[in-house]
Design a binder for this molecule. Sequence first.
Ligand SMILES: *Cc1c(COP(=O)(O)O)cnc(C)c1O
Length: 400
Amino acid sequence: MSQTKWRSNRLSQLGSSIFAEVAAWKRAAAESGLDIIDLGIGNPDQPPAAVVRQALSDAALRPDMYAYPAIKSGLPFREQAAAWMKHRFKVELDAETELVTLLGSQDGLAHLAMALCDPGDMVLLPNPGYPIYAASLALAGVESVLMPLREENDFMPDLNAVSDQEWDRATFILVNYPNNPISAVADIAFFERLIEKARKHDVLVVHDLAYSEMGFDGCEPPSILEVPGAMEQAVEFHSLSKSFNMAGCRIGFLAGNKAAVAALRELKANIDYGVFDPIQEAGIAALREAIASPEQPKAGKLYERRCDLFLEALRSEGWLITAPKATMFIWAPLPPMQWTQEEPWNARRISQEMLRQTGVVVVPGEAFGSEGEGYVRIALVEDEERLQEAAKRIGRFIRG
Ligand SMILES: *Cc1c(COP(=O)(O)O)cnc(C)c1O
């Protein structure tokens, strides 16, 4: 791409162009009059609980809620977050020093490398991975070593495949379970091995736990901070976007190691002035409600039902996919195309043709890194009826 005026080269390193391509295919399909079923972006399609909306509304009417949020301490939200971490994971946190509130975990993920690393430093990242991980390193001038997530290793990184020199050089290692896009879940034993390895090489472990409340079949994804001694070695990102259907509110937090939390807080103090107080009040209501009414179904319940239904429908159309244990995503090996093409189609081509012929949007796996080739990611963000319809159309597409 040619360089244009008033545009940094840095911007070209952000994210994958594939998302823009998918958006363009989608526009073209919509213009051709197709009914679009968008299973592309992982945007929750449900509203937050009524108590959360009420808290936001009440707070928005209060005249004392409009100062720069950072002028106040922001402590009530962090205290509520600490109470929730204790309730949910039995993890004890000091709200003053071991938590920082974020404008969504994306905010923290985007800025962490800038707060912890210098240009030329190195970070260990999963491949495939959520796009901001690599983009944040590009912004900070930080290098990466990619750890492939492959089915033969249950989509866990092979910690011993990273050389000792690489471990010694790394500032932090980033992992994400339940995973997006793969929807694999890690057990506490993996986190224990990871913390031990990281301690040996003096590397910080960064865990992105955006899907903690979205386990299926009674699966309760663990926090890495449950590992004894993790507070010396790890930080964990939490998001209210998926767990409490608050994506538009932009609120989350980072919990764990004091030094890393302090570094991110110091950087952010120079960039933004905190989360709008009524949104912090809404966040408090969500976390308080989760503690007070543990019998309420978690956000994952809805996606579990959709997932069961959709996988069954796809199976009857001839596309067999292993059921995920969590998240709102299905990580699907390419469908068995039952008609002859000039040459086998890759994930990008299949996604493009599927959208052009059926109006169903999915994301080619390589949008998340080279190891995503051979897969598509399907987000379960439409209702059951639309998912049934999508499966029918996909079936016709596969059969040609
Ligand atoms: C959605 C998502 C986030 C971002 O969440 P926000 O809190 O809305 O910024 C972070 N990590 C992963 C893996 C996600 O899927």
